[in-house]
Write a protein that binds this ligand. Structure first.
Ligand code: SF4
Length: 679
């Protein structure tokens, strides 16, 4: 008799699908499908994950611990036992603790899985117990979170499923059909009822093609567009009682909008003034308007500010308290799980150093003290971090002990001293929240780990034992760790613990059946929506939301291109990107420009070209297409460097620099040249 086991997709995707794995009598997983009972998954997964079981059995899967026998970066390794791996790692960490202290140890968690137990969802208590440096996960969405925190106070401003009640839907910086596809049926349901769907994005991607309207603005000018829309809404008519009763600083903000006439904004954004006027009036008169804000638009020098400005739009219209209105950037804020009990910061010996994920090369150059151990878990920074050349240079350092814990031998693993084999989602216990819906998923292990793979939680238990640590919390089982997460007020009050979650497979966040987070108050200190923010001013971001141009993207220098690196349709970040099947179906690396730019720059369509700037270069095949607006080049992210001619990928050109807020990444604030390869 086969059995069906309920689990959840672990990838860095807002949809956080619930899945069902059918397991045969002999313990083999024979089928994977989306959970038809899950209200958001609705029975389907996606092109990235449908072959997950095949990926988990791919011949390239890591099955045993390995130690490096060649030079760093060369990729030569030999198999060792777990005893040798753990003894080596434990001795090295203990030596660093004794000589340099925990500040010299960097646990570098990535988004290979975003779950709480095995992924980046919460910091594991082991690292707190030994006093390792804190890891600031700045790679994805932090700037937008900080920007929105100054206005409404939370990025979870509405239930995405409530777009079915919307009359106007703005998919702002979101290629929904590729990166949030389970939202699309709700969008279509709204559209069937008459809703108007607008994509705001420099790229004419597959979602823009399917929308009713596309605003193809210049890269990095989102804040200016949002201010222009606010200007028009102010003229067309705001919800005056809402603004008076529920917001602060409107008069000051309204005054600042005078500078953002549709004509001026049209010039900044390179979109027709008439389109700005029509859209602004539509938002003012044809609400409720829902804004689904994607992460890409805030990967700019002033990305936090951009999210801050966009979040003002529903405050002018009062849509924040209308069903089907508001803004959602991430629903993650709504879960209220007990990360503190899980992570046990109280075990820290007192040191508080924080190292920034997207400043890996810079922080590896620090000497106060120097980082001596980099423990990479579920991350592939050689591919995913900005500043690829500088990252590789630092990873070659002789005094840096690097460990990669992963399911595959990534580009980063080539630089490791130890490579340790990790489980994948069907093989371990996990608790998954979402940043695109309001359900908590349970992941029950369905099959035994292959080879000598272990879960992250098991690795850290074994490491604690190898180091002779005796704190009982470090040996908590996965079920005990999950129980700690659920030991939180809303979940306790609803009588939900792990037994209930496990039995159900997924559960909606208690009290969110008619989710209206701002019905009573906003999540700011004042309880009001803050157009003007003293806190933002004190933090150096200005009292009012504002627009400042990007560092490189909007320069429009002749013969150069603003380079955007959006998601690949076939994989997320770099996860599974090195598997032959994915290399084949996603095709060779390309860079796409519009036909006019290819022509005017005499670029060789269909041939390999060099994409370069002062930071580095990569080689890709030149394509032309309508996805790219003039002056923009598009090269999808995530492909392993091994798949690129010349061995560099997109991030050879990106800048390792902090955005304005939260030390976020600035991947899309990038300018490059494109040239023919010689002869
Ligand atoms: S990647 Fe996203 S859409 Fe695909 S199965 Fe996972 S959660 Fe669902």
């Amino acid at each position: 008799m086969s059995r069906d086991i309920v689990g959840a997709c672990p990838l860095d995707c807002p949809d956080a699908c619930s899945w069902v794995i059918t397991v045969d009598d002999d313990g083999t997983a024979v089928k994977l499908r989306g959970n038809g009972d899950h209200p958001h998954t609705r029975g389907g997964l996606c092109v990235k994950v449908n072959p997950y079981l095949e990926f988990s059995r791919d011949p390239s899967r890591l099955l045993h611990p390995m130690k490096r026998v060649g030079a760093k970066g060369e990729g030569r390794f030999e198999r060792i036992t777990w005893d040798e791996a753990l003894t080596t790692l434990a001795e090295r960490l203990q030596h660093i603790l004794d000589t340099d202290g925990g500040d010299a140890i960097w646990p570098f968690d990535g988004t290979g899985t975003v779950g709480y137990l095995q992924g980046v969802g919460a910091r594991h208590r082991f690292w707190n117990a030994i006093g390792a440096a804190r890891h600031h996960a700045s790679i994805c969405s932090i700037s937008g979170h900080v920007g929105i925190s100054y206005t409404s106070g939370t990025a979870a401003g509405m239930d995405p499923e409530d777009v079915v009640h919307s009359r106007t839907i703005l998919l702002w910086g979101s290629n929904t059909l590729t990166s949030n596809q389970h939202l699309w049926p709700f969008v279509e349901q709204a559209r069937a009822g008459g809703a108007h769907v607008v994509v705001i994005d420099p790229i004419r991607h597959r979602t823009a093609e399917r929308a009713d309207e596309h605003v193809a603005l210049r890269v990095g000018t989102d804040a200016a567009l949002a201010l222009g829309l606010c200007h028009v809404i102010e003229s067309a008519g705001i919800d005056a009682p809402f603004v008076a009763q529920r917001t602060d600083g409107w008069d000051e903000f309204a005054e600042s909008l005078r500078d953002y006439t549709p004509e001026r904004v049209a010039e900044i954004c390179d979109v027709p003034a008439e389109q700005i006027i029509t859209l602004g009036r539509r938002i003012a008169t044809s609400g409720p308007t829902a804004i689904k804000l994607g992460q890409g638009m805030q990967r700019q020098r002033h990305g936090g500010q951009a999210a801050r400005v966009v979040s003002c739009i529903p405050a002018l219209t009062g849509d924040y308290v209308r069903r089907g209105g508001g803004l959602v950037y991430s629903t993650g804020d709504a879960y209220g799980l007990n990360s503190h009990k899980y992570s046990r910061a109280d075990l820290r010996p007192g040191n508080e150093r924080t190292l920034v994920m997207t400043r890996l090369a810079r922080d590896l150059r620090r000497t106060d003290p120097a980082v001596k151990a980099l423990i990479v878990m579920g991350a592939n920074p050689v591919v995913s971090n900005p500043g690829q050349g500088a990252v590789r240079d630092e990873l070659r350092r002789d005094d840096l002990f690097t460990v990669v814990f992963d399911a595959f031998h990534t580009d980063t693993a080539d630089f490791a001293d130890l490579v340790l084999p990790s489980t994948l989602q069907p093989e371990h216990t996990e608790v998954m929240d979402s940043f695109g819906h309001l359900y908590l998923n349970w992941n029950e292990p369905a099959v035994a780990p292959p080879g000598e793979c272990v879960s992250k939680t098991e690795l850290l238990r074994r490491l604690a034992a190898a180091m002779g640590l005796t704190e009982p919390a470090l040996f908590a089982t996965d079920l005990e760790l999950a129980a700690d997460l659920l030991d939180a007020p809303a979940w306790r009050a609803a009588g939900i613990g792990i037994d209930e979650l496990r039995a159900a497979g997924f559960l909606r966040i208690p009290g969110t059946d008619a989710y209206s987070p701002f019905a009573e108050r906003f999540a700011t200190a004042s309880g009001r929506f803050e157009f003007a923010s003293a806190r933002a001013d004190a933090d150096g971001h200005g009292r009012l939301p504002n627009y400042r141009p990007p560092r490189e993207a909007a320069a429009d220098a002749s013969g150069t291109f603003a380079l955007i690196s959006p998601a690949n349709h076939f994989y997320i970040n770099s996860m599974f990107a090195g598997i032959d099947r994915n290399i084949t179906r996603s095709g060779e690396p390309t860079v796409t420009v519009c036909a006019t730019d290819a022509d005017s720059n005499s670029l060789p369509v269909g041939e390999l070209v060099r994409v370069a700037n002062e930071r580095g270069s990569f080689i890709a095949r030149l394509a032309v297409g309508t996805a790219a607006r003039p002056g923009v080049a598009i090269a999808p992210k995530g492909g392993w460097t091994k798949t690129f001619v010349g061995g560099n990928s997109v991030n050879a050109t990106t800048l390792e620099r902090d955005s304005d807020m939260g030390a976020g990444a600035v991947y899309h604030d990038n300018r490059v040249t494109i040239t023919r390869l010689p002869g």
